[in-house]
Design a protein around this ligand. Structure first.
Ligand SMILES: NC(=O)C[C@H](N)C(=O)O
Length: 490
């Protein structure tokens, strides 16, 4: 082993090299609890930091459970009673000690504390969460700044992370190029007018811009971007541009909808996975990818997040949820046309609050009815009336329906929406003309003028997917900071 270098020698060396650099302190990072409990850390002296989940102070010995967010399980620390004197539920501690095999059933290792530092104290009388208590999820939502420390929300966030990785790995494996579509856009892709407007907040910024414009002769434009701009409602149109060069693309980013929906299924800001692919011949090309996406991601969660998923099966989801997911994985998704769906719904009119006829949009109630009618497994509904779908959807040969598909799942309803895009220039142009959008969508028509490739795509609301796999009633429990009508906390 080389002898340690003295300070003078180090300084000399620095001067000699004619440069000054900082000497890094030795690595002081603590071991993560998930690595420790997995057996990935040597059984030696180590230091661990985390939040206290319980303290049990007995006469001779104290037991403390700590968690650092890396996994669902807590690390048991065995300490001398005087070490935990002011340590309470919720406080943040650093423990140095010896990692040993645990004699207790159900836990692999424990830490024999040699030193325990209370770093961040926590007054249990005013801390809104209590140890060993299943707080209702709605209660947790009242404390968005502290909710991440609860076991149940911690599990949701790790599952959300794993689902993100699984989706990326699926599309990468299938040869899709990941692209970032813009958050700010001048399009309202869905044409529903549910957009949030983007303009600078400070008036002075626009005044300065206009002064600059004046030098060039025209200062009449009132918009920062020269045109009204919005937060994106879908990355689809940009993906269509990119699929015209890369064949298979996907994006996974924030999406915004200014809808007045206060129910358990809508967020004003949500994440959407959207994919676009060329060489599509029918809706089957889309449904195949959609089904694989759901199955690949769910399988990954059941394999890689067993303990966190179990928490949801045990405390949150309906009783048969785990069995349902396994059944979903081993069955092909069924598919019916919109027309067949309407026929079924009309037959069961008496059981429905909202009666409907051909041409009407399906409401949540209808989606739920159809899913349970087909065995409570995911169900594709295809070929919706043209009028119900935006301009970009391809018209079917019958002249009445569009090549569009929704995937409905139990309890949540619509999880995916997709269409084969209208690639025929003349038909598309006529639709765009009717909407008076020709000037705005010249570029979109160009995609059909120059090397038009038949293509299609779909989008999946990520939080709805999490709601579905976790068996969660309310979408607000799938995202750290939910934004909904009348609520944008933190
Ligand atoms: N990319 C997609 O097909 C999703 C579709 N634009 C939607 O927002 O429903």
């Amino acid at each position: 082993m080389a002898a340690p270098m003295s300070c003078c020698r180090r300084a000399l060396l620095q001067r000699f090299r004619g440069q000054s650099y900082c000497i890094r302190p030795p690595v002081r990072l603590s071991s993560s609890i998930s690595k420790i409990l997995n057996g990935d850390v040597e059984k030696t002296e180590l230091s661990v930091t985390g939040w206290v989940k319980s303290v049990r102070d007995q006469k001779e010995v104290a037991f403390l459970h700590m968690n650092d967010g890396s996994c669902n399980e807590h690390l048991q620390v065995v300490a001398r009673p005087e070490m935990v004197e002011n340590v309470t539920y919720g406080s943040y501690v650093k423990v140095k000690g010896q990692l040993v095999d645990s004699p207790k059933d159900g836990q692999t290792f424990e830490l024999l504390a040699e030193d325990l530092k209370l770093i961040g104290s926590c007054d249990p009388d005013v801390y809104p969460f209590k140890p060993r208590t299943h707080h209702p999820l709605v209660y947790g939502r009242e404390y968005p700044h502290l909710r991440p420390r609860t076991n149940i929300f911690g599990a949701a966030m790790r599952i959300r992370n794993a689902a993100t990785m699984a989706l990326h790995s699926f599309f990468q494996q299938e040869g899709y190029l990941h692209v970032h579509t813009p958050v700010i856009t001048t399009n309202d892709c869905e044409g529903a007018g549910e957009v949030f407007r983007v303009e600078p907040h400070r008036k002075e910024i626009m005044e300065d811009i206009k002064k600059e414009d004046e030098k060039e002769g025209d200062s009449s434009n009132p918009h920062f971007f020269s045109a009204p701009a919005f937060l994106t409602v879908s990355g689809q149109l940009h993906l269509e541009v990119l699929t015209g060069a890369f064949s298979k693309v996907y994006t996974f980013g924030p999406t915004f909808r200014a809808e007045n929906s206060r129910d358990r299924l809508h967020l004003a800001e949500f994440y959407m996975v959207e994919a676009e692919l060329t060489d599509t011949h029918s809706l089957h090309d889309l449904t195949e990818v959609i089904e694989k996406t759901v199955k690949h991601t769910t399988e990954a969660l059941l394999t890689n997040c067993q303990s966190d998923m179990k928490t949801y099966f045990k405390h949150v989801a309906p009783s048969e949820h785990h069995t349902h997911l396994k059944e979903m994985l081993s069955n092909d998704f069924k598919s019916i046309t919109y027309t067949e769906a309407i026929e079924i719904l009309i037959k069961h009119n008496e059981e429905l609050t909202f009666k409907l006829q051909w041409g009407d949009d399906l409401k949540k109630e209808h989606e739920k009815f159809l899913v349970s009618h087909f065995g409570s497994l995911p169900l594709f509904v295809t070929d919706f009336p043209l009028e119900l779908k935006p301009f970009y959807a391809r018209s079917n040969e019958d002249g009445k329906t569009a090549a569009a598909v929704d995937l409905l799942v139990p309890d949540v309803g619509e999880l995916f929406g997709g269409t084969i895009r209208e690639e025929r220039y003349d038909i598309l142009r006529e639709k765009i003309n009717k909407l008076g959008l020709e000037a705005d969508l010249m570029w979109y028509l160009d995609l059909r003028r120059f090397g038009s490739a038949p293509h299609g795509g779909f989008g999946m609301g990520f939080e709805r997917y999490l709601q579905y796999v976790l068996g969660l009633q309310n979408i607000r429990d799938t995202i750290p900071f939910p934004r909904t009508v009348r609520s944008c906390r933190l």
